[in-house]
Ligand binder design. Structure first.
Ligand code: NAI
Ligand code: MG
Length: 340
């Protein structure tokens, strides 16, 4: 039976990298029935609809799984980030971002193999904000809850266990943020006791940033609250070749939305130069989630080979191939491999 998947191409480079990714999934012979929704974010607002339209929510509620391109968020004013709304609305509490060195890429370290687990629904991104117009005082409230902390930390340990990882580091700032980071750290220590086979330690966020850019090979799984996790995952992406290659997944108990770490990259949109690797690798995570292990492995292997050979890569990783040339090359090899 075909997998029903909601497809949200997004804007900026979104439609280009999404088309490339769909091409590769189809080449792998996975039977998918796509439910595509193009109207989201600014395009929906321009059409007098909510930035996150109800038909998108209905679709994900029915399919359970979405593949999503980036969506531009206006800076300062304008609508609330569709990405944040979607994560909160669908309760996608775990943001998982694997950052592993690809062969052949010119990066400062050869042995980086990190997975960042970011709490995705609360913390400083809770959306609780106040502004006193008269005094010009602004507040953004970080809300950390026991329930929210327990589920992301447990998710991280369970993932570590399932994928044979042996260490979890909790990133915090409990020396200063005694309430929010303090609660998160206390809960981390409680949950770690249930997983004696996995080493557990904690690091203060700023010191961890320094250590990560000096000795990333010392770390394995890192779990943190929303803002720290957001920053750490871009930092980790930078250690393994940048945003063009870094995949992500937003996972909850009922729904999962797979998307690259990068944004809509307005500086290169519409030029057919964006790197679709990040979204293709997100699709690999999606295929695993759908128990399409063989297709996932084939696509992941082909991507590794393409980087090892270095002959057909996009400009952000030192090549000169266009988005479509790279996608065609990947799709050709994948379909050859799967005998289609
Ligand atoms: P960005 O990730 O879009 O771009 C940062 C830099 O990386 C740019 O120089 C861009 O050209 C480059 N880059 C990003 N992805 C690339 C790719 N696949 N191939 C080659 N180069 C790539 O971050 P920025 O500029 O901060 O954000 C742009 C917009 O995207 C903003 O409106 C932001 O809110 C939104 N955004 C959306 C996200 C989502 O939908 N999940 C995530 C992050 C940002
Ligand atoms: Mg981010």
């Amino acid at each position: 039976m075909a997998h029903e998947i909601t497809l949200l191409p997004g804007d900026g480079i979104g439609p280009e990298v999404t088309e490339a990714t769909v091409r590769v999934i189809e080449a792998a012979g996975v039977d998918v029935s796509w439910d595509e929704h193009r109207m989201i974010g600014q395009s929906a607002v321009d059409d007098d609809r909510p930035a996150l339209p109800p038909d998108v929510i209905d679709s994900i509620e029915s399919t359970g799984v979405a593949l999503k391109g980036p969506i531009t968020t206006p800076v300062g004013g304008g609508f609330t980030s569709v990405n944040v709304q979607l994560r909160q609305r669908m309760d996608l509490y775990a943001n998982v971002r694997p950052c592993t060195t690809l062969p052949g890429l010119n990066t400062p370290f050869e042995d980086t193999d990190l997975i960042i687990f970011r709490e995705n629904t609360e913390g400083l991104y809770s959306g609780i904000e106040y502004f006193d117009e008269r005094l010009e005082i602004a507040d953004s409230i970080a809300r950390v809850t026991r329930r929210g902390s327990e589920r992301i930390i447990r998710f991280c340990f369970e993932y570590a266990k399932a994928y044979g990882r042996d260490r979890v580091t909790l990133a915090h700032k409990a020396n200063i943020l005694k309430k929010t980071s303090g609660l998160f750290l206390d809960i981390g220590e409680e949950i770690a006791a249930d997983y004696p086979e996995i080493a557990f330690d904690n690091e203060i966020i700023d010191a961890l940033c320094m250590k990560l850019v000096m000795t990333p090979g010392d770390y394995d799984c890192i779990v943190s609250t929303n803002l720290f996790g957001d920053i750490l995952s871009d930092l980790a992406a930078g250690l393994v070749g940048g945003l063009g290659v870094t995949a992500g997944a937003n996972i909850g108990d009922e729904y999962a939305v797979f998307e690259a770490v990068h944004g809509s990259a307005p500086d290169i949109a519409g030029q057919n130069v964006a790197n679709p690797t990040a979204l293709i690798r997100s699709a690999v995570m999606m295929l695993r989630h759908l128990d399409e292990e063989a297709a996932a492995v084939t696509i992941a292997d082909v991507i590794e080979e393409m980087y090892e050979e270095g002959e057909c890569l996009t400009a952000d990783v030192g090549g000169s191939a266009s988005t479509t040339e790279f996608a065609e090359a990947v799709a050709d090899r994948v379909s050859h491999r799967t005998g289609r």
